[in-house]
Design a protein around this ligand. Sequence first.
Ligand code: GLN
Length: 534
Amino acid sequence: MKQIFVTGGVVSSLGKGLTAGALGALLEGHGFRVELKKFDPYLNLDPGTMSPLQHGEVYVLEDGTETDLDLGHYERFTHAVLGRKHSLTSGRIYESVLQKERSGEYLGQTVQIIPHVTDAIKERLRAVDEQADLCITEIGGTIGDIESLPFLEALRQFALEQEREDVIFLHLTLLPYLRAAEELKTKPTQQSVAKLREIGIQPDILVCRTEREISPDVRRKISLFCNVSPRAVVEERDLQDSIYELPSVLHREQLDALVLERLDLRPRRAYEDIWSGILRRIREPCCHSRIGLVGKYVSCKDAYKSVYEALAHAGIALSCRVEIRVIDAEALESPGAAELLKDLDGILVPGGFGTRGIEGKIFAADWARERGIPYLGLCLGMQLAAIAFARRVLGWPDAHSVEFDPQSAHPVIRRLDSQRETASLGATMRLGSRTCLLKTGSLAHRLYGEEEIFERHRHRYEFNREMEEAFESQGMLISGRCPDDGAVEILEFPQHLYYLAVQFHPEFQSKPWQAHPLFLGFLQAALDRARDHA
Ligand code: GLN
């Protein structure tokens, strides 16, 4: 198994996850099967309990693991289906070491970072998919952070134990441009590479984020001071139109050729480029649509990452430029609300937790239903569509979710049975992929073109099945159910072109080359309605 380790230096947010994902895409283009892992140095066991405002969205894998949003990039750039072993934090490593210590497995030894913690990390590095040819592992954080030291030490040891051509280190760094000097500055890169070398890691490839072209002189300088060949200084210019440019940018820079050469691999087939076609559609849209996303975590651009991407994928499929208007749900609770929702072709309410902004989202769900504007509700967005319907159409003004009003006489959304006994907040939700059966002839069924589907979940509350009859009597259709217990997974309002709300998170399964059917249907409906109203 060949391994590629991706580290980052100088500053955070350089796009290590995107670079790792794009490299995975290139290697798939050459016929290799790749898997991707992320090791995060923080102490949380997983990001499940972290606020999306701080850390961006929590991405959910098929097996229910709650992970960092970079795993979303990996799954969107490649065909890899990731699981628990692909996401690791220091917290998890320490947890396993401490459990071993308590059960006496260290036989009286003093338990230390080296070798016990590093051994535990190396064990995780060795846990790879048998079918994969290559594994790309990204180390979160920035070189120089205290927390990442045990990981880097483990990588150094691991590399030492492997054949030279089986492991390479790729370091992502920044070349800031100083306007006053009219120069790209290489010192921060030199220093971060020096820090890596201090630990005993010599990067094989430097990928340099830059807003300008790297001149041959600068390239030579980086090569000399950082001890890499000039060819291994790869320019990663800021992207213009879309993150999906990245595979093509890195291919032009011959990163893939370089990686294969260093790993002593020959391409399995002529390079298959799926990205140029995708880019052409992004750059030459033939229509435009304005979608309102009504959310709570609007100040963080990563909080709804997968939702934005899934909308973009539908745009790619329909050659449509999707303009997303991000609307703060709380702002819909004051008099200017109508102004904010004006001129939208579609409204999307994504998932969320906690009371803030709830009434604003309910307002948006009503607004769409009452005007026939295409509506897509995801998880919380489904629960709130149900509450909106119960209040306005069924005439239960106190209808609510017990998450927000435990005393409501009309608890339209109730706690899941499995959740009644749980007080802990970590990894205790209904998580991961579940089967859902679709009602024949429903909108959902037409869009998926299948009767049985699998979607990822992350929730604690569910539609109250005692209310089903009342909902259906007034025209709400339950079009998807979990076959195990009959739980309601999809609500739709067939009187409208597209009013559909799902208990799961379809955004986690959308791909740039294959938009998710629900997002595709939503955008198509938004376009159709706009055309009819033009
Ligand atoms: N807060 C809701 C629940 O726990 C919705 C969760 C979500 O949107 N992911 O059921």
